[in-house]
Design a protein around this ligand. Structure first.
Ligand SMILES: CCCCCCCCCCCCCC(=O)SCCNC(=O)CCNC(=O)[C@H](O)C(C)(C)COP(=O)(O)OP(=O)(O)OC[C@H]1O[C@@H](n2cnc3c(N)ncnc32)[C@H](O)[C@@H]1OP(=O)(O)O
Length: 259
């Protein structure tokens, strides 16, 4: 990979989280159309409990492990990152189909994986077709590294990944980093991405994210998406996450600007 079309990135160097995120039990009813310019109350905040303790290894199924859809390159890079976990400097974060499955208490029981909300990156069941990924968290709790194989269902331009897919990958990588740093719920307020080189479908990429600044409720992060050799920088991004209360009390309504 690494056709050298993007800028060369700095090698990230060293090596690799246990997060238990609480996501809202968001109903997926068809929204009722509302008249324009009518301020709507914001929905309840997502729950997001970050636990750096649990070993989320029971059911539901941890999907951040090799499957038949992983390429040899993906498996090789995964093993390389796993080796970085042996000295405790990095930790692999389990990943499940639903945000709900990340709740520590849910992990104590068998969960019916029936219909309902699913994590955006886990909404394709066919192995290797969508996002195949594993995220690792640095012991500092301020860096994440996401290894991702970009499947054929993520196509934008023919043969290349859709920009939205890359944005999703970036948002998830920085989001996981923000959640770990915040140790509470945090939401993306701003995401700015420079797309520097197209990502071929099937490519294995590494997204490296770190907290640049943490001021009160604001967490500023950066992210770089490279090929595994660090030859091609596909995208770089900055993000702002805002810590939010971990409860369901609706915040004050945000008014829509008048056109
Ligand atoms: C989810 C987990 C499941 C587990 C799976 C693993 C995946 C994990 C990864 C998942 C990742 C997926 C993640 C996702 O997909 S999150 C989904 C996408 N994001 C959203 O839907 C967020 C929608 N927005 C909001 O809810 C609110 O606007 C937020 C919460 C962001 C702030 O509203 P809130 O009322 O709370 O805050 P405030 O107004 O008092 O402002 C506070 C401060 O912040 C500053 N500010 C605010 N906004 C902006 C802005 N846009 N640019 C610059 N600055 C901004 C503001 O000036 C102020 O600064 P200061 O005056 O104090 O200096």
């Amino acid at each position: 990979m690494g056709g050298g079309r993007g800028r060369r990135s700095n090698p990230a160097g060293d090596s690799i989280p246990q997060l238990c995120h609480r996501t809202p039990g968001v109903p997926i009813d068809v929204p009722v159309p509302t008249p324009p310019h009518v301020p709507q109350p914001r929905p309840p905040r997502p729950h997001c409990c970050v636990s750096l303790q649990a070993s989320c290894s029971v059911s539901p199924q941890d999907l951040a492990v090799p499957n038949a859809g992983w390429s040899a390159a993906m498996c090789e890079q995964y093993q390389r990152l796993l080796r970085c976990t042996t000295n405790g400097s990095w930790r692999r974060i389990p990943s499940y189909r639903r945000g709900l499955d990340h709740l520590p208490e849910v992990l104590q029981m068998t969960v019916d994986p029936g219909p309902g909300p699913r994590l955006f990156l886990r909404n394709v069941d066919a192995e290797g077709a969508g996002f195949e990924y594993a995220i690792f968290l640095h012991a500092s709790g301020r860096r994440t590294r996401c290894l991702c194989q970009v499947g054929p269902y993520l196509e934008g331009h023919q043969g290349f990944a859709h920009g939205g897919a890359i944005a999703t990958l970036v948002d998830t990588t920085v989001g996981t980093c923000a959640l770990a740093a915040a140790k509470m719920s945090a939401m993306t307020a701003k995401l700015s991405i420079s797309y520097l080189a197209p990502v071929p479908l099937g490519a294995v990429v590494v997204a490296d994210s770190r907290v640049e600044q943490h001021e009160g409720r604001k967490i500023f992060l950066s992210c770089q998406v490279c090929d595994t050799q660090r030859d091609t920088l596909y995208a770089e991004a900055t993000a702002l996450f805002i810590q939010v209360e971990d409860n369901n009390s609706p915040p004050s309504p945000a008014a829509c600007p008048q056109r």
